[in-house]
Write a protein that binds this ligand. Structure first.
Ligand SMILES: [Zn+2]
Length: 155
């Protein structure tokens, strides 16, 4: 996944793809929340629309800044990491790609940073366990699954 991401990021169309999908994701989420508010809390619509106006402006600024400062996909530019169970943001294994430069952290939340396990640390744990756990014939689970489970990345 890391190699794939770095290859993707090196391509000229990568920024437009990222910012395009970000815009679609924000629009879809806003649409879903707006529909829910219409039926459950119509008095909150004006407040929601005001917040979403700021969110759309922020995503436009992010897109513009990203085009102005396209960074290489090295270890200092991005943090690629996982959220272990039970604090995982969603119920299946997924990797976060976080743009780490301070000018871009204004667009992402830092409240989840404490639980983000760097992908490189996971790779190193898997490589270490590969030697010892591969030989464990008592378990019916594959060695790599036991490693991911012990790291809290899968249940
Ligand atoms: Zn997550």
């Amino acid at each position: 996944m890391i190699v794939h991401f770095r290859d993707f990021w090196s391509r000229p169309e990568s920024i437009n793809k990222v910012t395009g999908w970000l815009k679609i994701a924000v629009e879809r989420r806003a649409s879903a929340v707006r529909a829910s508010l219409e039926s459950h809390a119509p008095d909150k619509m004006d407040e929601f629309d005001a917040v979403m106006k700021e969110v759309f402006a922020s995503s436009e600024k992010f897109a513009n800044d990203l085009h102005l400062q396209h960074h290489p996909a090295d270890d200092k530019t991005f943090l690629l990491g996982f959220h272990p169970a039970p604090e995982a943001s969603i119920g299946y294994l997924h990797m976060h790609v976080i743009l780490m430069h301070p000018e871009f952290r204004q667009f992402s939340t830092e409240v989840h940073d404490w639980k983000t396990v760097p992908a490189q640390a996971v790779i190193e744990a898997i490589e270490e366990d590969a030697v010892t756990r591969r030989c464990d014939t008592r378990s019916t689970k594959p060695w790599w699954r036991r490693t991911l489970t012990s790291l809290g990345l899968v249940l």
